[in-house]
Structure formats: structure tokens, C-alpha cells
Ligand binder design. Sequence first.
Ligand SMILES: C[S@@+](CC[C@H](N)C(=O)[O-])C[C@H]1O[C@@H](n2cnc3c(N)ncnc32)[C@H](O)[C@@H]1O
Length: 193
Amino acid sequence: MGAVMDLSLKEIFAEIGGQPNSCSLREYCAWARHVQSVPTCRLLVFGVGRDSTAWREVNRGNSTLFLENDEEWIKRVTAEIGSEHIRTMDYGQTFEEWKETDFSEQAVLLPDMADPPFDGSWDCAFVDAPWGPTFGRHQSTHAATCAIKPGGLIALHDCEREREQIVCKILLEGRGYELVEEIERLRIYRAPG
Ligand SMILES: C[S@@+](CC[C@H](N)C(=O)[O-])C[C@H]1O[C@@H](n2cnc3c(N)ncnc32)[C@H](O)[C@@H]1O
């Protein structure tokens, strides 16, 4: 027969939601509904993990690209989804270095990578990396704002933390992004049109 069963969002995320270092099931389903509401959605995801296969399933038939800095996680997830959907990048600017600039919007560096996809062509970007205690999410969030189209959506996870709240205030709200939904630790913003 070869027919592919359509899974519900709850089914897609059932085993991942609420796991350590993952989003909750409610957070995953809320963001996934936004992604699925965009026809032919181009989805950019900062960070790979247990949820990478799920995001490909949510956005099946459309483009989903993952950006990751940790070689071990790249290897793990490449074994699951193949290498063509994952690109290596480096974060070079710590949150403390950004703080020393008084959180200047202009001082944020883009992550370093070959052929960066930060080109205003993406509909949705999910910022769930880098890993919290390492670099901070100012570079990934800044890159997301460069990557998405006018009116596109950015979701940022772990917004219960002070660092992520500063990122939201300066790099999203300060640039005219509108908070469209907040679910537990996840904030979803729309870019100005
Ligand atoms: C908060 S984790 C992202 C977690 C991921 N969304 C998941 O499904 O578990 C951010 C970064 O930590 C690493 N990472 C991914 N999954 C992880 C996990 N389960 N535990 C610890 N670190 C993880 C990767 O380098 C990733 O870019």
C-alpha cells in the first residue's frame, strides 16, 4: 500500500515532551501548530536533539534545516536523520562578552559557518540552542532574525531564564517583534511585516 499515516502532534511528541532538556508536550504542540499553519513552511532549527526527527515529521514535505555546534550531537542525530539536513556552526561570542558591550544590538556577532542561511528566506525559526550554560542565545536569536522573512515567526525556548529574557527584550521586542503566544517557557514572536 505504501500509504503514510498522518500522526497527530500529540503522537509525534508523546515520547519526547517533558524529557530532561526538552520542551514540554504543550510547548512542542503549540509551536508545531504555528509551523503547520504556514503553507510550504521553511523551518530553521537552532540545535539538534531528541526532537529533530519530530520536527521533520511536523514539517514533512517542506524544508527543515538544523544548525548545531556540538560535534557529538551532530553525530548522534546524523545517524537518525542523515547529514543533508544538519549544518555545523560555531558560536564565538559568550553572553558575558555581549554584556560587556552593554547588550548592544549592533555588537552581536552572527555564528560562524560556511554558506550561512541567514538570508531572509525562512518562514519559521526555532531557537533551542546553544546549550544553556555555554554561550547564551543572543547569537542564535540574532541569526534567526536575519534568517526569517518579514512577518515570519521565531520561537525561543527557556524564557524563564534571565539571559533569554534579555535576548527577547533587546533582539526581538527592541526590533519590533510582537509576542503572539507564550506557553510555559516558550515564547513565540512575529517579525514586523
Ligand atoms: C536545550 S538542548 C536542546 C534539546 C533538544 N531540543 C531536545 O530535543 O532534547 C540545546 C543543545 O544541547 C545539546 N543537546 C541536545 N539534546 C540534548 C539533551 N537531551 N541533553 C543535553 N544536551 C542536549 C545540543 O548541542 C543542543 O544544540
